[in-house]
Design a protein around this ligand. Structure first.
Ligand SMILES: [Zn+2]
Length: 366
């Protein structure tokens, strides 16, 4: 029997989710234990941001105080707003993988104009990226998005070096991004996995796609090699709807609907590919985050799940994605009907990465 959490929308049929005897799910339990670390009075939040600024300025070596990866989505746009408030000199980096929505591009333009921050747009070689994405489709693995995440991180590492920037602002946050089931994603550091999948299914030689070894990645993320990661959204009582309201007022920012729908591919991935091929509805996780963050009630979240027909059958979007990836309609539908294949069926560094992470947490604490 499928059991439901009484607090959020997660159910016992989602891999890794356990509904305990008090009818709370394992993610809500963990949230209850940790949320106090991310809850601040107004004065505390102000103080947190002031000390963040001092840390950043103390570290500065080059022209810029910090790097910020700007997607035009809520979290990264709100980081830009905080950086304006803190009067920081930011180098914004936008990663153009060929799938940006028009709204995202407009938002980035508005943010740059108002903030006066410098912007570098990293346009990826589309023929290479297309070949990588196609090989992920052929491989049958779930986390097609790890390609973009890996490349963004690798680019940040290179830019930090090139511009001598010692701080990278990250939009990672506990309040609105907690509890994604591990079976639905794969470790973005796992370049060996990307390489093996591409070697088996790709056709093109990869020359310019940004990559980073997991060794360097961990040294940077966990030990501050090259630059230090800061998560400003974890220093305030971050709320998605408050952020959207402030962004609208300040930047004339536009909302694009679903979580991470600032990319056309992500929109199609989340509303069509994941539910149809993998039986995954990430809305339950995103809405559950908003429920735990007291931004919507459980009933409102459940209503949103019920009201929107899912998967979303948007033929126009489907044709656009299928054509852009160079598949025929039949070929694409054929790939969609094949069973999912776990990432671990391909070469992987994930066991090594997890070992390094556990060594790190033993040294410095989690
Ligand atoms: Zn729950």
């Amino acid at each position: 029997m499928i059991r439901e959490c009484i607090k959020c929308l997660l159910t016992s049929d989602i891999p890794g989710i356990v509904i305990e005897s008090d009818n709370l799910c394992s993610i809500c339990k963990e949230h209850q234990e940790k949320v106090s670390r991310y809850t601040f009075s107004e004065a505390e939040a102000r103080e947190n941001l002031a000390s963040l600024k001092s840390r950043i300025l103390r570290r500065r070596r080059g022209e810029y105080d910090a790097l910020l990866g700007l997607s035009g989505g809520v979290d990264s746009s709100y980081l830009a707003k905080l950086a304006v408030d803190l009067d920081l000199n930011i180098l914004c980096v936008h990663f153009d993988n060929g799938w940006n929505s028009k709204v995202a591009i407009r938002n980035i333009g508005k943010i740059i104009e108002k903030s006066n921050f410098d912007l570098i747009t990293h346009v990826i070689d589309w023929s290479e990226f297309k070949d990588l994405q196609r090989s992920f489709f052929y491989s049958g693995v779930i986390d097609i998005e790890m390609l973009t995440d890996h490349a963004i991180f690798a680019s940040m590492y290179r830019l930090a070096k090139k511009y001598k920037v010692k701080t990278i602002l990250s939009g990672t946050n506990f309040r609105t991004e907690h509890g994604m089931p591990s079976a639905w994603v794969w470790n973005k550091m796992d370049y060996k996995n990307i390489k093996d999948i591409h070697q088996k299914f790709g056709r093109k030689k990869i020359k310019s796609f940004p990559t980073l070894s997991p060794y360097l990645w961990l040294l940077m993320k966990q030990f501050g090699l090259r630059a230090n990661f800061e998560e400003p959204l974890n220093l305030i009582n971050y709320e998605k709807f408050t952020a959207i309201r402030e962004l609208r007022e300040y930047f004339d920012w536009e909302d694009y609907g679903g979580k991470h729908h600032e990319s056309e591919f992500t929109k199609f991935y989340q509303t069509y590919i994941l539910p149809i091929k993998y039986g995954v509805d990430k809305r339950t996780v995103h809405l559950s985050d908003l429920i735990r963050n007291n931004e919507i009630s459980r009933a409102e979240g459940a209503k949103e799940l019920a009201d929107i027909e899912f998967p979303v059958i948007d033929e126009k979007l489907k044709q656009y994605v299928v054509k852009k990836l160079g598949f025929t309609g039949e070929e694409f539908d054929g790939l969609m009907s094949l069973p999912p294949i776990p990432h671990s069926k391909y070469k992987t560094d994930v066991f090594f990465i997890n070992r390094l992470k556990s060594i790190r947490s033993r040294i410095v604490g989690s």
